[in-house]
Design a protein around this ligand. Structure first.
Ligand code: TXA
Ligand code: MG
Length: 313
Protein backbone atom coordinates (compact mmCIF):
# COMPACT_ATOMS: atom_id res chain seq x y z
CA UNK A 1 0.00 0.00 0.00
CA UNK A 2 1.18 3.51 -0.76
CA UNK A 3 2.22 5.39 2.36
CA UNK A 4 0.68 8.69 1.17
CA UNK A 5 -1.82 10.23 3.60
CA UNK A 6 -4.15 13.21 3.42
CA UNK A 7 -3.38 15.93 5.97
CA UNK A 8 -6.44 15.41 8.20
CA UNK A 9 -6.18 16.38 11.88
CA UNK A 10 -6.01 12.67 12.71
CA UNK A 11 -3.13 12.09 10.30
CA UNK A 12 -1.28 15.22 11.45
CA UNK A 13 -1.54 13.93 15.03
CA UNK A 14 -0.28 10.56 13.88
CA UNK A 15 2.70 12.26 12.22
CA UNK A 16 3.44 14.19 15.42
CA UNK A 17 3.28 10.97 17.40
CA UNK A 18 5.75 9.25 15.05
CA UNK A 19 8.12 12.25 15.26
CA UNK A 20 7.95 12.52 19.05
CA UNK A 21 8.88 8.84 19.27
CA UNK A 22 12.00 9.46 17.17
CA UNK A 23 10.57 8.35 13.81
CA UNK A 24 10.50 10.13 10.47
CA UNK A 25 7.74 11.44 8.23
CA UNK A 26 7.62 13.45 5.01
CA UNK A 27 5.85 16.80 5.17
CA UNK A 28 4.98 19.40 2.54
CA UNK A 29 6.63 22.82 2.62
CA UNK A 30 6.11 25.72 0.22
CA UNK A 31 9.50 25.05 -1.44
CA UNK A 32 9.91 21.26 -1.69
CA UNK A 33 8.80 18.28 0.45
CA UNK A 34 10.99 17.62 3.50
CA UNK A 35 12.01 14.37 5.24
CA UNK A 36 11.55 15.34 8.88
CA UNK A 37 12.95 14.15 12.19
CA UNK A 38 12.77 15.89 15.55
CA UNK A 39 15.92 17.97 16.01
CA UNK A 40 16.64 16.88 19.59
CA UNK A 41 16.98 13.20 18.81
CA UNK A 42 20.22 11.90 17.26
CA UNK A 43 18.60 8.64 16.24
CA UNK A 44 15.84 10.44 14.31
CA UNK A 45 18.52 12.56 12.63
CA UNK A 46 20.77 9.59 11.80
CA UNK A 47 17.79 7.87 10.17
CA UNK A 48 17.33 10.91 7.88
CA UNK A 49 20.88 10.45 6.50
CA UNK A 50 20.29 6.72 6.20
CA UNK A 51 16.92 6.96 4.40
CA UNK A 52 18.28 9.57 1.96
CA UNK A 53 21.53 7.68 1.51
CA UNK A 54 23.29 10.98 2.10
CA UNK A 55 27.00 10.19 1.73
CA UNK A 56 28.25 12.69 4.28
CA UNK A 57 26.83 14.20 7.41
CA UNK A 58 26.06 17.56 5.86
CA UNK A 59 24.23 19.88 8.23
CA UNK A 60 20.45 20.07 8.01
CA UNK A 61 17.97 22.95 8.27
CA UNK A 62 16.05 23.25 11.55
CA UNK A 63 12.46 24.09 10.60
CA UNK A 64 10.68 26.27 13.17
CA UNK A 65 7.03 27.37 13.35
CA UNK A 66 7.80 30.92 14.53
CA UNK A 67 10.53 33.29 15.76
CA UNK A 68 10.00 32.19 19.39
CA UNK A 69 10.96 28.67 18.40
CA UNK A 70 14.04 29.91 16.52
CA UNK A 71 15.04 31.67 19.73
CA UNK A 72 15.12 28.32 21.57
CA UNK A 73 18.09 27.09 19.53
CA UNK A 74 19.79 30.07 17.84
CA UNK A 75 21.21 33.47 18.74
CA UNK A 76 19.20 35.96 16.66
CA UNK A 77 21.32 39.04 16.00
CA UNK A 78 19.80 42.36 14.87
CA UNK A 79 20.30 41.74 11.16
CA UNK A 80 18.81 38.26 11.36
CA UNK A 81 15.79 39.63 13.21
CA UNK A 82 15.28 42.29 10.55
CA UNK A 83 15.55 39.72 7.76
CA UNK A 84 13.22 37.26 9.53
CA UNK A 85 10.60 39.95 10.05
CA UNK A 86 10.85 41.39 6.56
CA UNK A 87 10.92 38.12 4.60
CA UNK A 88 8.44 36.58 7.05
CA UNK A 89 7.95 32.93 5.93
CA UNK A 90 9.56 33.91 2.64
CA UNK A 91 11.54 30.76 1.76
CA UNK A 92 14.75 31.98 3.34
CA UNK A 93 17.14 29.96 5.52
CA UNK A 94 19.51 31.79 7.86
CA UNK A 95 22.68 30.33 9.38
CA UNK A 96 23.11 31.64 12.94
CA UNK A 97 25.25 30.79 15.99
CA UNK A 98 23.54 28.00 17.87
CA UNK A 99 22.71 28.48 21.55
CA UNK A 100 24.59 26.54 24.22
CA UNK A 101 22.87 23.97 26.37
CA UNK A 102 19.97 23.17 24.10
CA UNK A 103 19.04 19.63 23.12
CA UNK A 104 19.75 20.32 19.47
CA UNK A 105 21.30 17.26 17.82
CA UNK A 106 24.99 17.81 17.08
CA UNK A 107 24.70 15.32 14.24
CA UNK A 108 22.10 17.47 12.47
CA UNK A 109 24.46 20.46 12.75
CA UNK A 110 27.38 18.30 11.54
CA UNK A 111 29.30 19.35 14.66
CA UNK A 112 29.30 23.06 13.66
CA UNK A 113 28.64 25.77 16.23
CA UNK A 114 26.06 27.28 13.90
CA UNK A 115 22.57 26.16 12.92
CA UNK A 116 20.55 26.85 9.77
CA UNK A 117 16.98 27.88 10.60
CA UNK A 118 13.92 28.42 8.46
CA UNK A 119 10.24 29.21 9.10
CA UNK A 120 8.27 27.58 6.27
CA UNK A 121 5.12 28.99 4.74
CA UNK A 122 2.92 25.90 4.90
CA UNK A 123 0.08 25.40 7.38
CA UNK A 124 0.39 21.60 7.58
CA UNK A 125 4.10 21.71 8.21
CA UNK A 126 3.88 24.53 10.74
CA UNK A 127 1.10 22.76 12.62
CA UNK A 128 3.25 19.63 12.88
CA UNK A 129 6.25 21.62 14.15
CA UNK A 130 4.10 23.51 16.65
CA UNK A 131 2.61 20.28 17.99
CA UNK A 132 6.07 18.69 18.27
CA UNK A 133 7.19 21.70 20.37
CA UNK A 134 10.75 21.54 19.00
CA UNK A 135 12.29 22.29 15.57
CA UNK A 136 12.36 19.57 12.92
CA UNK A 137 15.43 18.86 10.82
CA UNK A 138 14.26 18.28 7.24
CA UNK A 139 16.28 17.96 4.03
CA UNK A 140 14.48 17.52 0.72
CA UNK A 141 12.69 14.16 0.71
CA UNK A 142 14.57 12.46 -2.12
CA UNK A 143 17.55 10.15 -2.54
CA UNK A 144 20.72 12.13 -2.17
CA UNK A 145 21.71 13.80 -5.45
CA UNK A 146 18.31 13.19 -7.09
CA UNK A 147 15.53 15.54 -8.16
CA UNK A 148 13.86 17.37 -5.27
CA UNK A 149 10.19 16.45 -4.76
CA UNK A 150 7.41 19.03 -5.16
CA UNK A 151 4.56 16.50 -4.92
CA UNK A 152 3.81 13.58 -2.58
CA UNK A 153 3.95 11.26 -5.62
CA UNK A 154 7.55 12.36 -6.32
CA UNK A 155 8.53 11.43 -2.78
CA UNK A 156 6.94 8.03 -3.17
CA UNK A 157 8.81 7.48 -6.44
CA UNK A 158 12.12 8.36 -4.81
CA UNK A 159 11.88 6.96 -1.27
CA UNK A 160 9.00 4.48 -1.63
CA UNK A 161 8.06 2.89 1.68
CA UNK A 162 11.29 3.84 3.44
CA UNK A 163 9.27 6.27 5.57
CA UNK A 164 6.09 5.40 7.44
CA UNK A 165 4.15 8.42 6.31
CA UNK A 166 4.12 10.93 3.46
CA UNK A 167 1.64 13.73 4.11
CA UNK A 168 0.14 15.02 0.89
CA UNK A 169 -0.13 18.82 0.85
CA UNK A 170 -0.51 19.18 -2.93
CA UNK A 171 2.09 20.74 -5.23
CA UNK A 172 4.71 22.94 -3.51
CA UNK A 173 3.97 26.43 -4.87
CA UNK A 174 7.54 27.79 -4.85
CA UNK A 175 9.07 24.63 -6.28
CA UNK A 176 12.77 25.20 -5.56
CA UNK A 177 14.67 25.20 -2.27
CA UNK A 178 15.01 28.20 0.02
CA UNK A 179 17.75 30.79 -0.37
CA UNK A 180 20.46 30.24 2.28
CA UNK A 181 22.34 33.14 3.85
CA UNK A 182 24.93 33.03 6.58
CA UNK A 183 24.46 35.80 9.15
CA UNK A 184 26.44 34.04 11.89
CA UNK A 185 29.35 36.49 11.74
CA UNK A 186 30.14 39.99 10.51
CA UNK A 187 30.62 38.85 6.88
CA UNK A 188 27.10 38.07 5.59
CA UNK A 189 27.33 35.47 2.85
CA UNK A 190 25.00 33.80 0.40
CA UNK A 191 25.41 30.00 0.44
CA UNK A 192 22.65 28.90 -1.94
CA UNK A 193 20.64 30.81 -4.55
CA UNK A 194 16.88 30.46 -4.22
CA UNK A 195 13.53 32.16 -4.59
CA UNK A 196 14.70 35.30 -2.81
CA UNK A 197 17.44 36.78 -4.93
CA UNK A 198 20.82 38.10 -3.85
CA UNK A 199 19.82 41.52 -5.26
CA UNK A 200 16.68 41.66 -3.17
CA UNK A 201 18.60 40.67 -0.03
CA UNK A 202 21.42 43.13 -0.62
CA UNK A 203 18.97 45.95 -1.21
CA UNK A 204 17.23 45.14 2.03
CA UNK A 205 20.24 44.66 4.33
CA UNK A 206 22.32 47.35 2.62
CA UNK A 207 25.51 45.22 2.45
CA UNK A 208 27.03 43.24 -0.42
CA UNK A 209 26.80 39.52 0.31
CA UNK A 210 29.92 37.44 -0.20
CA UNK A 211 29.38 34.29 -2.23
CA UNK A 212 30.72 31.42 -0.19
CA UNK A 213 30.24 27.79 -1.04
CA UNK A 214 33.22 26.05 0.52
CA UNK A 215 34.31 25.83 4.11
CA UNK A 216 37.84 25.26 5.41
CA UNK A 217 39.62 22.28 3.88
CA UNK A 218 37.34 22.42 0.84
CA UNK A 219 34.51 20.59 2.58
CA UNK A 220 31.33 21.75 0.93
CA UNK A 221 29.13 23.36 3.55
CA UNK A 222 26.10 23.51 1.33
CA UNK A 223 25.54 20.22 -0.57
CA UNK A 224 23.08 21.99 -2.86
CA UNK A 225 26.32 23.57 -4.00
CA UNK A 226 27.97 20.30 -4.97
CA UNK A 227 28.88 20.31 -8.64
CA UNK A 228 26.48 17.50 -9.45
CA UNK A 229 23.05 17.55 -7.78
CA UNK A 230 19.31 17.40 -8.54
CA UNK A 231 20.06 14.77 -11.17
CA UNK A 232 17.42 12.99 -13.28
CA UNK A 233 18.25 9.42 -14.41
CA UNK A 234 18.43 10.50 -18.06
CA UNK A 235 21.13 12.75 -19.46
CA UNK A 236 20.10 16.39 -19.26
CA UNK A 237 21.14 19.11 -21.71
CA UNK A 238 20.58 22.79 -20.98
CA UNK A 239 20.38 25.97 -23.11
CA UNK A 240 18.92 23.99 -26.01
CA UNK A 241 17.13 25.94 -28.74
CA UNK A 242 16.48 23.01 -31.09
CA UNK A 243 16.08 19.62 -29.41
CA UNK A 244 16.58 16.42 -31.38
CA UNK A 245 13.96 13.68 -31.67
CA UNK A 246 15.47 11.66 -28.79
CA UNK A 247 14.96 14.48 -26.32
CA UNK A 248 12.01 15.30 -24.06
CA UNK A 249 12.06 19.06 -24.50
CA UNK A 250 11.19 21.34 -21.58
CA UNK A 251 10.38 24.60 -23.32
CA UNK A 252 10.03 28.19 -22.23
CA UNK A 253 7.77 30.80 -23.84
CA UNK A 254 6.79 30.14 -27.46
CA UNK A 255 7.28 26.45 -28.11
CA UNK A 256 5.53 24.22 -30.61
CA UNK A 257 6.95 20.80 -30.02
CA UNK A 258 7.78 20.73 -26.39
CA UNK A 259 7.14 17.80 -24.09
CA UNK A 260 6.29 20.27 -21.30
CA UNK A 261 6.28 24.05 -21.46
CA UNK A 262 7.76 25.35 -18.20
CA UNK A 263 5.97 28.67 -18.72
CA UNK A 264 4.07 29.72 -21.83
CA UNK A 265 4.06 33.36 -20.74
CA UNK A 266 7.74 33.43 -19.83
CA UNK A 267 7.05 33.71 -16.10
CA UNK A 268 10.14 32.61 -14.15
CA UNK A 269 8.24 32.00 -10.90
CA UNK A 270 6.06 29.56 -12.83
CA UNK A 271 9.19 27.88 -14.25
CA UNK A 272 10.50 27.35 -10.69
CA UNK A 273 7.25 25.80 -9.54
CA UNK A 274 7.07 23.46 -12.58
CA UNK A 275 10.74 22.54 -12.90
CA UNK A 276 11.21 19.46 -10.68
CA UNK A 277 7.80 18.00 -11.64
CA UNK A 278 8.71 18.38 -15.31
CA UNK A 279 12.05 16.62 -14.70
CA UNK A 280 10.28 13.70 -12.99
CA UNK A 281 7.84 13.44 -15.93
CA UNK A 282 10.58 13.67 -18.55
CA UNK A 283 12.55 10.99 -16.69
CA UNK A 284 9.56 8.65 -16.97
CA UNK A 285 8.77 9.47 -20.60
CA UNK A 286 9.66 7.38 -23.66
CA UNK A 287 12.44 9.83 -24.63
CA UNK A 288 16.10 8.88 -24.11
CA UNK A 289 17.33 12.29 -23.01
CA UNK A 290 16.06 15.56 -21.60
CA UNK A 291 16.69 19.04 -23.02
CA UNK A 292 15.80 22.40 -21.48
CA UNK A 293 15.36 25.66 -23.37
CA UNK A 294 17.52 28.67 -22.38
CA UNK A 295 16.10 30.22 -19.20
CA UNK A 296 16.76 33.95 -18.64
CA UNK A 297 19.36 34.48 -15.94
CA UNK A 298 17.82 37.14 -13.76
CA UNK A 299 15.65 37.16 -10.63
CA UNK A 300 14.64 33.64 -9.64
CA UNK A 301 16.10 32.54 -13.02
CA UNK A 302 19.55 32.67 -11.37
CA UNK A 303 18.55 29.92 -8.91
CA UNK A 304 16.82 27.93 -11.68
CA UNK A 305 19.92 28.04 -13.90
CA UNK A 306 22.14 27.14 -10.95
CA UNK A 307 20.05 24.01 -10.34
CA UNK A 308 19.70 22.81 -13.93
CA UNK A 309 23.43 23.34 -14.49
CA UNK A 310 24.22 21.01 -11.58
CA UNK A 311 21.55 18.55 -12.78
CA UNK A 312 23.21 18.43 -16.21
CA UNK A 313 26.76 17.61 -15.04
O1 TXA B 1 13.65 24.74 0.91
C1 TXA B 1 14.45 24.11 1.62
O2 TXA B 1 15.40 24.66 2.18
C2 TXA B 1 14.21 22.60 1.77
C3 TXA B 1 12.88 22.36 2.47
C4 TXA B 1 12.61 20.89 2.74
O3 TXA B 1 12.83 23.11 3.65
N1 TXA B 1 15.28 21.97 2.50
C5 TXA B 1 16.51 21.75 1.99
O4 TXA B 1 17.38 21.08 2.84
O5 TXA B 1 16.84 22.14 0.89
P1 TXA B 1 18.75 20.43 2.34
O6 TXA B 1 19.19 19.54 3.47
O7 TXA B 1 18.59 19.78 1.02
O8 TXA B 1 19.73 21.63 2.28
C6 TXA B 1 20.22 22.22 3.47
C7 TXA B 1 21.35 23.11 3.14
C8 TXA B 1 22.58 22.32 2.81
O9 TXA B 1 23.11 22.88 1.63
C9 TXA B 1 23.46 22.51 4.02
O10 TXA B 1 24.81 22.38 3.71
C10 TXA B 1 23.09 23.89 4.45
O11 TXA B 1 21.69 23.92 4.27
N2 TXA B 1 23.35 24.11 5.88
C11 TXA B 1 22.70 23.59 6.92
N3 TXA B 1 23.25 23.99 8.09
C12 TXA B 1 24.28 24.77 7.78
C13 TXA B 1 25.23 25.50 8.54
N4 TXA B 1 25.25 25.46 9.88
N5 TXA B 1 26.15 26.22 7.86
C14 TXA B 1 26.12 26.26 6.51
N6 TXA B 1 25.24 25.60 5.73
C15 TXA B 1 24.34 24.87 6.34
MG1 MG C 1 18.22 18.57 -1.32
Amino acid sequence: MKNIYNPSVKNIDKAVDILKKGGNIVMPTETVYGLAGIANNNKAVAQIYNIKNRPEFNPLIAHCCDIEMVEKIAVINDMARKVLNHFNRGSITIVLPSKDNTNLSKLGCAGLDTVAIRIPNNKICNEIIRKCGFPLFAPSANYSGGISPTKAEHVYKSLGNKVDMILDGGASPVGIESTIIDLSNDKPAILRAGAITQDELEKFIGIALVERTFAKGNNPIAPGQLKSHYKPKKKLFINIEKPNSKQAFLGYGDCEDCFINLSKNGNLVEVASNLFDALYKADESEFNEIAIAPIPNYGIGIAINDKIKRASV
